[in-house]
Design a protein around this ligand. Structure first.
Ligand code: MSP
Length: 543
């Protein structure tokens, strides 16, 4: 029977502003999306993982001017830093979109002309408050609530301007009803409630063009207006796949299937940009649908995680305490990239509360989960196979069970649990399921004591049986943990005779390790860390 085509899975990160250097926040969202992408590929999905940079807007224009370079030069320079950061954290994105690319700009202009024609974008005068840092318009009420202060602590600016507006009022109730009827659309729940709360207020239209600067996509037919950076930015999720107008963008239809009826579309973002993704974005898609430009379904999930703080304090430019690329590099060099990914993924702010990046916690988690956890189980098992069987993988003599331990059942259940968790975007839960499996192996060794049985030559068949159960279970644990710790997982798989480049959904069934395969022990995957050592030193130059 021919295998059915793999279900698509489309996952994105925000596109990051190029007026800033990459830091732990950007890396975190990217790593979370990367872990989901890696898992879904292993589970057999046809994944498209998108990230990129948001390059227009007043902030970029101003930063460039203050450095005496053009906005494009600034964008090119910082987009490069973001690409470097992606390589650094091991992201497996399928594309990197930049909003200054012609393929994006051309399609955004198509959206503008379509919606101006349909009447959902119209010209009017705006009077109100503007948050320059966030490039966000603020209503009188919100301005008062925030004490006329912008997100970055500076005062809000009073603005009167001729703008194009988006008729959000027309879609307000439809968006609210959608969110009410689809509890998984905005996650986690606390964030969903927040958005619904705001949607209970009176609706208002949104200004979507500016005339007081030029670094943006000109509005077709009225070029003194440039497109509001948020409309430009949100559309990246469509333009990267050529979904507005592939032909105009010199693209073809080969990516269209990533966003169709059959597979999930998932946006990972931080909580501060939820409104744009949970309200403006679906409204924009509805408007494009009403105008007949698209028949896309709304995204399946907008997951808004909380923030990393550092040693109990908010990270800010004023405090100068951002975990920047140089610090990330120092952690990777000291503990490994896998260690950083594991910590961020399992201890991160996926839920509704912020998470603290504290050095002592990092070391504690590293030692417990990786050095004494998976790393130790892996070396225990491979050492015994090398010692007792000359590195030749024993077999289980046809019996994958031992007393209470029914390994195909135990591993099968854990695979199902982890898969379910990942589908629910419980990334930390899914990864811990992998670790739990590895911890079961440790427990099994303590219970069955193969090292004692090996003292009697008659005990060797039993020792072989036990060790096969162990190594095979660790193979599955390594695959479940691979989305977080790709380097160590692949190294371990290679040591037990599995080609890590040929993993597929069928790798997640019992019986992958071949009896007779050459097993090597190699160096410890995660050497224990000294809890008393100071945090890694950060080189002044950074990267
Ligand atoms: N350009 C917009 C997004 C447009 S998407 C259509 C933007 N860019 S940004 O450079 O400011 O990146 C914001 C994202 O960075 C957040 O949504 C979040 O993903 C990440 N983080 C920034 N600081 C963070 C923390 N302190 N902690 C965790 N992630 C945070 O907004």
């Amino acid at each position: 029977m021919p295998t059915p085509p793999a279900t698509p899975y489309y996952i994105t990160t925000p596109i990051y502003y190029v007026n800033d250097q990459p830091h732990i926040g950007h890396c975190y969202t990217t790593i979370v999306a990367d872990a989901v992408a890696r898992f879904m590929r292993l589970a057999g999905h046809d994944v498209f993982f998108l990230t990129g940079t948001d390059e227009h807007g007043q902030k970029v224009e101003k930063s460039a001017a203050s450095r005496g370079i053009t906005p494009q030069e600034l964008a090119d320079e910082n987009a490069r830093h973001f690409v470097t950061a992606l390589g650094y954290v091991g992201a497996t994105n399928d594309d990197f979109i930049r909003t200054t690319e012609p393929r994006h700009e051309k399609q955004v202009q198509r959206v503008l002309s379509t919606l101006i024609e349909s009447g959902d974008f119209y010209l009017d005068t705006f009077e109100g408050w503007y948050d320059e840092g966030q490039e966000e318009y603020v209503t009188e009420n919100q301005a008062r609530e925030r004490d006329f202060t912008a997100f970055n602590g500076k005062p809000l600016v009073k603005a009167t301007e001729e703008n194009y507006f988006f008729r959000l009022t027309k879609y307000w109730d439809r968006v609210r009803e959608w969110i009410e009827a689809h509890p998984e659309f905005v996650q986690p729940d606390a964030r969903r409630n927040e958005v619904l709360g705001r949607l209970r207020d009176e609706s208002r239209d949104v200004p979507i063009s500016r005339t007081n600067f030029t670094w943006g996509i000109p509005v077709p037919g009225n070029e003194k207006h440039v497109t509001y950076v948020w409309i430009d930015a949100l559309l990246n999720y469509m333009t990267a796949l050529g979904l507005v107008d592939a032909e105009a963008a010199d693209m073809d239809a080969s990516r269209h299937h990533y966003w169709n009826a059959s597979g999930p579309v998932v946006h990972f973002i931080g909580k501060e940009i939820l409104w744009f993704h949970a309200v403006i974005w679906p409204a924009l898609i509805m408007a494009l649908r009403d105008a007949g430009r698209t028949d896309l379904h709304l995204p399946d999930a907008v997951y808004a995680h909380s923030f990393w703080i550092r040693e109990g304090q908010k990270m800010s430019k004023t405090l100068g305490n951002f975990i920047d690329l140089a610090t990330i590099e120092a952690y990777c060099e000291n503990f490994s990239r896998d260690a950083l990914r594991w910590f961020l993924l399992t201890q991160g702010p996926l839920g509704a509360t912020d998470a603290d990046f504290s050095h002592s916690r990092f070391v504690e988690v590293y030692n417990a989960d990786l050095a004494n956890g998976f790393g130790n189980a892996a070396s225990r098992v491979t050492n015994m196979i090398v010692k007792y069987f000359d590195g030749q993988c024993p077999d289980d003599r046809g019996d994958p069970t031992n007393g209470d331990y029914n390994w195909p059942e135990i591993t099968g259940k854990m695979i199902a649990t982890a898969t379910g968790q990942m589908e629910q975007l419980d990334v930390a839960g899914a990864l811990r399921s992998g670790l739990e499996l590895s911890n079961r192996v440790d427990q099994y060794i303590n219970d069955t004591k193969p090292f004692k049985l090996a003292k009697d030559p008659d005990g060797m068949p039993e020792v072989g049986r036990i060790l096969y159960h162990c190594v095979e279970t660790l193979r599955i644990a390594a695959i479940l943990m691979l989305p977080a710790i790709p380097d160590a997982s692949q190294e371990f798989l290679t040591r037990i005779g599995i080609d890590p480049t040929s993993l597929s959904s069928s790798s997640l069934t019992w019986g992958g390790v071949q009896p007779g395969a050459a097993i090597t022990k190699g160096e410890g995957l995660f050497p224990r860390a000294d809890v008393d050592a100071p945090p890694p030193e950060v080189s002044a130059s950074g990267s």
